[in-house]
Design a binder for this molecule. Structure first.
Ligand SMILES: CC(C)(COP(=O)(O)OP(=O)(O)OC[C@H]1O[C@@H](n2cnc3c(N)ncnc32)[C@H](O)[C@@H]1OP(=O)(O)O)[C@@H](O)C(=O)NCCC(=O)NCCS
Length: 172
């Protein structure tokens, strides 16, 4: 199990399960992380409570600077579905998102997971690079297929969502 508290030195990152007190920070981080859809604060509180074993926070100097929400796919019990990934703009491109993904797949409580799925918008290059690079590090295949087409989002101006499936993978 990932520890809910950090004991790291000043300036160092720690990766841990979220706790409900993170809810407001996570909501604000997602709000600042375009092009992510902002969900309700209640939704993030539920994630930090009911889904904490499959979510991860990156913390530095006592503040969350990164967050991944994920859950075990309801009909594929070996598959972790990654919902949203956000890293504070000031600390991007330092490997934080990659390390959050590693923290999740290395958790002893998630040893049954051998696939990771997520969706990526066609125009979101950093998201695509993140998952392709992660698949390479795991030496695992990465396949893509259409999941939610643009028309399913009505006239909300939402891009299509492409499904990325990475795996099977063993330990890092
Ligand atoms: C996508 C996001 C989470 C990446 O976080 P990050 O901490 O900067 O990512 P990392 O530093 O771990 O980078 C992972 C890999 O992707 C590459 N990468 C990340 N952003 C990149 C960019 N803008 N351009 C080129 N490569 C990029 C890195 O070079 C790295 O590759 P490497 O492992 O081969 O060196 C961050 O940009 C973000 O929060 N964006 C806004 C929200 C969003 O779009 N979320 C993703 C959709 S769920």
């Amino acid at each position: 199990m990932s520890e809910p508290y950090c004991h790291n030195e000043e300036g160092e990152y720690c990766f841990r399960e979220p706790r409900i007190e993170d809810g407001l920070h996570i909501h604000s981080l997602i709000e600042r992380s375009k092009p992510l859809d902002l969900n309700s604060l209640y939704c993030y509180l539920l994630l930090t409570d009911h889904f904490r074993r499959t979510c991860v926070v990156a913390e530095r100097d006592g503040h969350p600077v990164g967050f991944i929400s994920a859950y075990v796919h309801p009909s594929k019990e070996d598959t972790l579905f990654v919902w949203q990934v956000a890293v504070d703009e000031t600390v991007r491109k330092q490997g934080i998102a990659g390390r959050m993904l590693e923290n999740l797949v290395q958790r002893p409580g998630l040893g049954f997971v051998s696939y990771l799925e997520t969706t990526v918008n066609p125009s979101n290059q950093s998201s695509r690079f993140l998952f392709e690079s992660f698949a390479k590090r795991l030496r695992a295949p990465c396949t893509t297929s259409a999941l939610f087409s643009e028309d399913l989002f009505g006239d909300t101006d939402h891009e299509a969502e492409i499904l990325f499936r990475i795996g099977p993978f063993g330990s890092l």
